[in-house]
Ligand binder design. Structure first.
Ligand SMILES: Cc1cc2nc3c(=O)[nH]c(=O)nc-3n(C[C@H](O)[C@H](O)[C@H](O)COP(=O)(O)O)c2cc1C
Length: 158
């Protein structure tokens, strides 16, 4: 599978899962980074006016990226990972999708969370990559097994 694993992680949990997934499927790994990193104050979901709260209240917010060097053009399958924020993907993922041409590509979502599922993440991301096929994928919470991840990725038949 000529896949790319692209991942945003604010506090490292999704990054760990992404690394294991990339190893399991033999994929390149790319870290999606915001131009301005999120501080712990930014991530405080109890504060209605924290940066993450303000961004997530506005589905049109598009936080800037640190770079646009992801090798998207070289891959037809992109595993796209993120932490679940307010039941969906952080709007930084919309910025990422809008920065490249995903037409004809398959995007498989994966996420970590405090327990919530992927919810309507795919719906929220599809607007930013209208020409892509976005599959819901799965949560990668808890202890992960490389062989099981490989089997899962292969079972997608991509
Ligand atoms: C702003 C914010 C909103 C969150 N919203 C949810 C949520 O709706 N459901 C959930 O289960 N976890 C939620 N979480 C928890 C994260 O999804 C979880 O801690 C994730 O594993 C963090 O991944 P990371 O270390 O890669 O950033 C939220 C965390 C933050 C910072």
């Amino acid at each position: 599978m000529n896949a790319l694993v692209a991942c945003f992680s604010a506090t490292g949990t999704t990054a760990k899962a992404a690394k294991l997934l990339a190893e399991a499927v033999g994929a390149d790994l790319y870290e999606i980074r915001p131009a301005v990193p999120y501080t712990s104050a930014d991530l405080n979901w109890m504060n209605k006016s924290s940066r993450s709260s303000l961004e997530m209240q506005d589905k049109h917010s598009r936080p800037a990226l640190a770079d646009t060097n992801a090798p998207v053009a070289d891959h037809d399958v992109i595993f796209l990972g993120f932490p679940v924020w307010w039941y969906v993907a952080p709007t930084l993922l919309n910025t990422f999708l809008e920065a490249y041409d995903f037409t004809g590509k398959t995007i498989v979502l994966f996420a970590t969370s405090g327990g919530s599922g992927l919810g309507k993440a795919a719906q929220g991301l599809q607007v930013s990559a209208p020409g892509a096929r976005i599959l819901d994928g799965r949560l990668l919470n808890g202890k992960l097994d490389k062989a099981e991840l490989k089997q899962w990725a292969e079972s997608l038949g991509l």
